[in-house]
Design a protein around this ligand. Structure first.
Ligand SMILES: *[C@@H]1O[C@H](CO)[C@@H](O)[C@H](O)[C@H]1NC(C)=O
Length: 274
């Protein structure tokens, strides 16, 4: 009975299957998600996965690309070291622009983010117009995001016009999820009002402080961050270091048992990450 229904779970477990290291993945009132509800995220899981896979540049990356076979890549970049791989394109079947960022070795990311030296920095007002200096994010995520922000925004604007769509979806896993979270706010502050900005991220670390999290809640109300079982990445950097997740956690407790966690990252629900 889980045949196609838990495809998305299986895909999530194998999300970084194009990465050599196994994924170490990673929260209030909860609502159970039905199989159909959870399965609606499957296309985004596969886009996040594709960013890890050789061949995403021309959409010949195998199973992850085949799962969204009609996708049209229009910009692909990154070098697997200094700049995380990324792509932008249009999905006719989802009527949406998709922006995806690759993640990184989860064990390395966990060790980087449990370092007590993790620094919070204000966002650059040239990229995030009008943002208050009290809104702060992880310094490393900020710098990585800034490397590709302008080129991606230009491509999204071009596609919004040529495809006549207002729908923009950012996805990513681990570090890629952090970049997609930053992209979501970045798009919301730079694209015309009336744009439909969403993001779905997987095994995402905390990206910024509570002021940042509340801006995501305000500007990207449909934001979802999906966490797998007892993955450790979503609990770093720690809340005691001044970090918080936005609302919108979906927690896969076990195969077939998925909950939507309401409210903030306050560790008040044992079925959610904390
Ligand atoms: C906004 O985007 C989401 C995610 O792609 C989609 O489910 C929703 O239908 C879109 N809303 C509109 C009004 O198109």
């Amino acid at each position: 009975m889980y045949s196609s229904s838990w495809l998305s779970y299986v895909a999530l477990s194998a999300l970084s299957s194009c990465l050599a290291t196994p994924m170490a993945m990673d929260r209030r009132t909860v609502t159970s998600l039905s199989t159909a509800q959870f399965s609606s995220y499957a296309p985004f899981t596969q886009f996040a996965r594709a960013a890890y896979c050789d061949g995403f540049q021309d959409w010949t990356c195998g199973a992850a690309c085949d799962a969204n076979a009609d996708f049209e890549v229009s910009l692909a970049g990154g070098d697997d070291s200094d700049i995380q791989n990324y792509f932008v394109g249009f999905s006719p079947s989802l009527s949406s622009i998709i922006v995806a960022h690759e993640g990184t070795d989860p064990l390395q990311l966990e060790s980087d983010l449990t370092d007590v030296e993790v620094l919070l920095a204000s966002l650059d007002t040239s990229l995030f117009p009008g943002i208050s200096s009290s809104v702060q994010v992880h310094d490393g995520f900020k710098n990585e995001h800034a490397k590709t922000a302008s080129v991606i925004l230009a491509e999204v604007r071009t596609l919004m016009a040529s495809k006549n769509t207002k729908n923009v979806m950012a996805v990513g896993h681990s570090l890629g999820g952090a970049l997609a979270e930053l992209d979501a706010l970045f798009f919301a502050l730079n694209l015309p009002s009336g744009s439909n900005i969403s993001a779905v991220t997987y095994g995402t670390p905390r990206v910024g402080n509570p002021a940042f999290a509340s801006l995501i809640d305000q500007h990207v109300p449909s934001f979802k961050h999906i966490n797998n079982e007892k993955d450790l990445i979503p609990i770093v950097p720690g809340r005691f270091l001044g970090y918080a997740h936005p609302a919108g956690e979906i927690h896969i407790i076990s195969p077939g048992n998925v909950v939507l966690c309401s409210g903030d990252d306050d560790a008040t629900d044992p079925q959610c990450h904390n």
